[in-house]
Design a protein around this ligand. Structure first.
Ligand SMILES: [Zn+2]
Length: 174
């Protein structure tokens, strides 16, 4: 088993509301013991686990009321959702800030940005650095904890009908 697949974020194949389109709706982690995928409560729990997964592997009973025998609450790794594999060990987003991921329309990749407590958005670490420099009340936030590495989209779980990223040149292409 590829160690990098320990942790994933997922996105439903079809969003039920247009406002949610292109964003993550489910966070999940895979148990080291039974290999079942478990749904996490929210982004914060997910980021917490992701940041220390190298030191502390996830097993089902770390989650309250969960055990490896619980088959009913297994999150199936199938094509009913589009899955994306995240990089393990990424830092947890500094308090007050929010890390956002938006899926490109062609499902080729995610784009990451951060939102400050003020609502200001950042697409680069340099922008964040300038913001913190100008707003000393956010000095507590470690610059290295902002990371723009995005999860890799699992190609096989992209809905059919979405053109692949590098289609072969075709005379009929539109
Ligand atoms: Zn388990």
């Amino acid at each position: 088993m590829d160690a990098k697949s320990t942790k994933l974020t997922t996105r439903k194949r079809e969003a039920s509301t247009s406002s949610k389109r292109g964003t993550i709706d489910t966070y999940a982690v895979q148990c080291e013991t039974c290999l079942k995928w478990r749904k996490l409560d929210n982004q914060e729990e997910y980021e917490e686990l992701r940041s220390r997964i190298h030191e502390e592997k996830f097993v089902c009973n770390q989650k309250e009321g969960m055990s490896c025998e619980d088959d009913a609450r297994e999150l199936r790794y199938d094509t009913s959702r589009t899955w994306s594999i995240d990089k393990n060990g990424l830092p947890k987003t500094p308090r007050g800030f929010k890390r956002m991921l938006i899926m490109r329309k062609d499902y080729s990749r995610w784009d990451a940005y951060y939102v400050a407590p003020t609502g200001k958005k950042f697409k680069t670490r340099a922008e964040i650095e300038a913001f913190i420099e100008a707003n000393q009340e956010y000095k507590y936030a470690t610059l290295g904890d902002f990371n723009f590495i995005v999860p890799r989209v699992v190609r096989d779980t992209v809905p059919s009908g979405i053109p692949v990223k590098n289609p072969k040149p075709s005379k009929k292409s539109v």
